[in-house]
Write a protein that binds this ligand. Sequence first.
Ligand code: F3S
Length: 63
Amino acid sequence: MKVRIDPERCQGHGRCYDLAPDLFGEDDEGYGLVTGDGSVPAGEEHTARLAVSNCPERAIELL
Ligand code: F3S
């Protein structure tokens, strides 16, 4: 499983990196970034889904 943020949709709400700090970070302006290549480690799938469902812009995809 991988996560991806669509930069066209992200508005910097920050819920992804608040809820799943191991999977997401932020850039200098508070927009979300995936950590590394976006791979979700074993055991973090639930957290990844939580981030997806909490992004108000629906900017996060699971691949
Ligand atoms: Fe952006 Fe959604 Fe995270 S708007 S900062 S991807 S919660």
